[in-house]
Design a protein around this ligand. Structure first.
Ligand SMILES: [Zn+2]
Length: 257
């Protein structure tokens, strides 16, 4: 496969295209087909590949997304840095719907997902102590500030299996652990990228307060409609942030880790 892109972008729920009328390619990987065709665009002189992780029609629920095929396809195109925005819930009152969180840690509560490329004969154990790229995180935070977006510079995302949302008890537990946001797709996307040596950054767009907040009867449990509504309202903000980040990213920058 010839080199076609430097930066990869995964669209989350409610985010299915980056630009209209662009070249699209269909790829086949050793792990099957990615979620959809991949669009290739040039932004600020940089080659960008875009893939909606749920598919354009949102046909893949979080637990059935072909994560390995998606990451492998990005690698096939030559991608070295990935921006992975997601719709996420907040587990803390101070993290409000419409805010962005640039996560630096995750807690995996998923099960049964294919979460490694190393199933033998080659076996590897990658470090996950710092799963997110610090270089890209810095760029995301800087860019958000420049655009006047409320951004939380650190955050632990607890990744649940879905497709259902949390019970009140689960949500209370996650909050009491000090975790910040909740989502269904960050795992294994981030670690698969790391296995292939691709830098990865998550931008969690907060759409809701999970199952509500303790002692706050005015904050209602999340519904699907609410997630999409808030995401639609903030879609432009997400795209602006991604464009600003792409302008700033030095595609040849080599990270320490
Ligand atoms: Zn990096």
């Amino acid at each position: 496969m010839e080199y076609r892109a430097d930066i990869g972008v995964f669209g989350g729920s409610g985010f299915y295209s980056l630009e209209d009328n662009v070249e699209e390619i269909e790829l086949e990987t050793p792990y099957g087909k990615p979620s959809d065709k991949i669009s290739l665009v040039e932004i600020a002189g940089k080659k960008v590949a875009f893939l909606p992780r749920h598919g354009k029609k949102h046909q893949y629920p979080p637990h059935l997304i072909p994560y390995r095929a998606n990451i492998w396809a990005m690698k096939m195109l030559g991608v070295k840095k990935i921006i992975g925005p997601t719709a996420s819930g907040s587990l803390k009152p101070e993290i409000k719907p419409g805010d962005f969180v640039v996560c630096d840690q995750f807690v995996d509560r998923t099960w049964g997902r294919k979460d490694t490329f190393f199933e033998g004969p080659e076996v590897r154990h990658i470090s996950a102590a710092k799963p997110y790229c610090e270089y890209l995180r810095k760029i995301a935070i800087e860019s958000a500030k420049e655009l006047g977006i409320t951004v939380h510079e650190n955050g632990t995302v607890v990744v649940i299996q879905g497709p259902r949302f949390s019970t009140t008890a689960e949500s209370r537990w996650f909050s009491s652990m000090g975790w910040d946001v909740i989502n269904m797709t960050q795992y294994p996307e981030v670690v698969l990228a790391k296995e292939l040596g691709i830098c990865y950054v998550n931008i969690s767009l907060i759409t809701d307060y999970d199952a509500g907040l303790e002692g706050r009867d005015d904050i209602k449990p999340v519904t699907e409609e609410e997630v999409y509504r808030v995401f639609r309202e903030n879609n432009d903000k997400v795209k602006k942030l991604i464009y600003r980040m792409i302008e700033k990213i030095d595609v040849d920058y080599i990270c320490e880790e």
